[in-house]
Each structure stands twice: as C-alpha cells, then as structure tokens.
Design a protein around this ligand. Sequence first.
Ligand code: ACO
Length: 328
Amino acid sequence: MKKCSVAITGSGAALPERRMTNFDLEKMVETSDEWIFSRTGIRERRILEEGLSNVDLSERASREALRNAGLEPEQVELILVATVTPDYPLPATACNLQARLGAFQAAAMDIAAGCSGFIYALTVADHFIRAGTYQNALVIGVEILSRIIDWEDRSTCVLFGDGAGAAVLQPVTGDRGLISFELGADGRGLESLYIPAGGVALPTSAETVQQRLHYVKMDGPEIFKFAVRVVGETLDHLLKKGELQPTDLDHLFLHQANLRIIESIRKRLKLPREKVPVNIDRYGNMSSATIPIALYEEVAAGRLKEGDLLAAVAFGAGLTWGGILMRW
Ligand code: ACO
C-alpha cells in the first residue's frame, strides 16, 4: 500500500484589535519599554476585548483556514484545539467551536501541551489521517493569556498576548507533507511554569484568589535555560533523522517566547534572519498560537512556497517540547 503523507492545505489567523504597547505597561507596573524590549524583543501585544472569548478567535481563524483549503465546515472530520486557556474547565473548547462552525460530523477535543500544543496537535492529526481514520483535520493553536496572567506581576504580565492560528490538514500525494516529528515532556519541571490553584489539586477558594494563586507563576531564567537546550536538541534530532544540514532548511519556525532564545538558535545554526520568522515584537508570547500565526503570515506574504522545507519547534509548560519537519 502506498504511504500517504499529510500536509497543511489551508491556514488562518485571528488577532484581537486592541494593542497594548510597552509604554502602556509602564503606566501599570514598575517596568520600561527599554527593559522589556532588550530582554524579550517585545514591543506590543494584542489583548482580547471584554465580552469575547477563546471560541470567538478560534472561529475566525478556523473559517479562514477552511476557506483557504476549499473545505466546508460540514466536511470537517476532526477538530483539535491546542490551548491552555479554554473557555471553560469543562467541556473542551473544541466542542464549542464545532457547534459555532456547524461542523457536526467532526470529532472534537482539546490538547493541553502548553506552548508545544500546536505541534502536539499537528502530530496527532497527522497520525489519524495517515491511519485512514479521518480524511481531514482542523487544528487550532489559540490562547487568551491576558485572562490568566497577574497584571500586578511585572515578571510575567509584560510577556504574553492573545491570538489564534488554524491549519487544515489533508492527505496529499508527492513529496509534500509532514516528514518527521519529535515530541517530549519532563513533568519534573511542572512548577517552573504553572497555575497553582483552580484545578482539583487546589480548588478555587476565597483564600486562593486572595493569594493570587489562580494566575500564572513562572521561573523565567529556568525556562530560558530549558528552552535553549531542548530546542537545540530537538532540531539536531530532526535534522539527523532526515540526513539534513541546517542550511537545507528554507524556513525555521520557533516558538516566540523570547527574541534572545530565537537569536541564539538562529546564530548557532548559521541561518540568515529571513529564514527565521519573528512576530514576538508585534504579538508577545501567544503560547500555542505563535507558530500557526507565523506560518499563516509567511504564506500570506508569499514567502512560504510549495516545495519549501521547514522545521517548527516549540517548548512550554509541562514541561513539554515538540518539533516537526515538513515539506510545504
Ligand atoms: N521590568 C523591569 N524589571 C523586571 C521586569 C520587568 N517587567 N521583570 C523582572 N524584572 C527584574 C527582576 O526583578 C530582576 O531584578 P533584580 O535583579 O533586582 O532581582 C531583573 O529584572 C532580572 O530578572 P530576571 O528574571 O533574571 O531577568 P531575565 O534576564 O532572565 O529575563 C525573562 C526574564 C524575560 C522572563 C527571561 O527569563 C525569559 O524570557 N525566560 C523564558 C521565559 C519563557 O520562555 N516563558 C514561556 C515559556 S512557555 C510559554 O511560552 C507559555
């Protein structure tokens, strides 16, 4: 039997209109544009308007991806929403999205793998399609991080933003499609990046709210060291598996958590700036949404063309990491 491969046949993105600049943040916490930009590369981020939620951005990004893939919502067979900011603790945002789209033939679930969520979800969708279980999948990376960060904690609130990116996956013939992947996790790093309260380990109470335990807590320097190590290792493994050199890559999509992490990897691999897209300056860290939005923007700008070889690598809470190698 001829092995089928699976490619992204349509992509979409949705961003809130509201911009928050570093200068806006100067008025909220003890920080400066100079500190934020020099330490992270961020200039501004988008913040979702009150009254809207995860599913509103997910729906916009999804409709665009479906349109670009030439697929009707009723034809979708699997919906995977990668998010750590679901609209409700129960049920999955994917089910809410399924109803919004009218995609009633689709199985639907969320995947919580931190900022690596989109890579994890792509890989799951790829397996379902290659196994012949589904003919297509709609994969979304979406985060509304502005609703789970502590706006009084300058060490985290300056870093994050909101956004959604979507991709339609379908079987293709020829050389296109996902070539290989690598997923990993190290649960010992749980407390490096987590929300202590609000789950069943420590249910929400007046006390947990008063202690601000329902917001993200992060050990930034620890995550920084972890990120540089796992992104480097994941890329080395992917390239080795494909018997490739870094210079064979036409594009390298890295999780947008800190420009210094992106630059250190880019320089180590000796890749020119134009091969490593950056959107952290405009959007901050949008967790699982950063890579699908970057993919969408490169397609829209005409820089990502059929036949191009790309790698995408992410890392995040869990701790988790994941990478893919793909021929566009
Ligand atoms: N403005 C001004 N000063 C600040 C701010 C701020 N917003 N935040 C922290 N500082 C201060 C600290 O208090 C500290 O002061 P001190 O030296 O007097 O104690 C000083 O700046 C240095 O703090 P560090 O945390 O050591 O700063 P660092 O250079 O490590 O940068 C940062 C912090 C940007 C968070 C960096 O560690 C980082 O990017 N880490 C990776 C984070 C990451 O990738 N997170 C997401 C991964 S998963 C996901 O994407 C959800």
